[in-house]
Design a protein around this ligand. Structure first.
Ligand SMILES: [Zn+2]
Length: 178
C-alpha cells in the first residue's frame, strides 16, 4: 500500500491523521470489494487550532459500509441504515462522523466529477483508495482546486509530533494559498 503525500499543494491546515491499521483496513476492504467500489464512514474529531498550529482532523474509527449504489462498479452510496445508526451514536456522545471513504478500483485516489456532485457537507473528509493501492485525503470545499469542490489535504499517520514540528510559514509557501 502506498500513502501518497505527493499532491502539489495541500489545503492549508486541514491535515487528516489516521493510524496505519485503519489505513490497512480500508485498503483490505477496497481489495476485497473490487471491482466494486467499497465505502465506509470516518469517525473522529476535528482538532481546533492552537496558536500557530493549524486545524486537523483525527480519524479514530472507521465503519465499513455496504455499498448500496445501483451501479457499485462506478458509484458508491453508504448504507443509510449504518449512517442513521452512526449519527445516533454521535448524538449520544460518540465520535463525530467527519467524513467517509470509498475506492476507485479502476481509477485514481482522486474524487471524480460525480463525487463532486455528491459532495454536500463543507469541510467533510473524503478519503479515496485508488486501484493502485494509493490512499489520499481530500476536503470538500466550495471553490476548491479540484472540480471547484475539493482540496487535497495531507494524510498523516503516527504520532502528532511531525505536524506540530512543521513550520507553518513553509506550509503556507508550499500550499501556494494566499
Ligand atoms: Zn468516487
Amino acid at each position: 500500500m502506498l500513502v501518497s503525500p505527493s499532491a502539489t499543494s495541500y489545503y492549508l491546515g486541514m491535515a487528516v491523521r489516521i493510524s496505519r491499521p485503519l489505513l490497512d483496513a480500508i485498503h483490505a476492504q477496497a481489495s476485497a470489494a473490487a471491482p466494486h467500489e467499497c465505502c465506509g464512514l470516518l469517525l473522529g474529531r476535528e482538532i481546533p487550532a492552537e496558536s500557530t498550529v493549524a486545524n486537523f482532523a483525527r480519524v479514530s474509527e472507521i465503519r465499513p459500509a455496504i455499498n448500496v449504489a445501483a451501479d457499485p462498479l462506478h458509484r458508491f452510496e453508504v448504507d443509510p441504515a449504518l449512517l442513521i445508526a452512526t449519527y445516533r451514536e454521535a448524538r449520544a456522545g460518540g465520535l463525530d462522523i467527519i467524513g467517509h471513504y470509498h475506492s476507485h478500483p479502476a481509477g485514481e485516489a482522486v474524487p471524480s466529477a460525480v463525487d463532486a456532485e455528491m459532495a454536500r457537507a463543507e469541510g467533510e473528509i473524503w478519503l479515496l483508495a485508488g486501484g493502485d493501492g494509493t490512499l489520499r485525503a481530500w476536503r470538500a470545499r466550495r471553490g476548491g482546486t479540484l472540480h471547484g469542490r475539493f482540496e487535497p489535504v495531507e494524510l498523516m499517520t503516527g504520532s502528532p509530533q511531525p505536524l506540530l514540528a512543521r513550520a507553518v510559514p513553509e506550509r503556507h509557501e508550499d500550499a501556494g494559498i494566499a
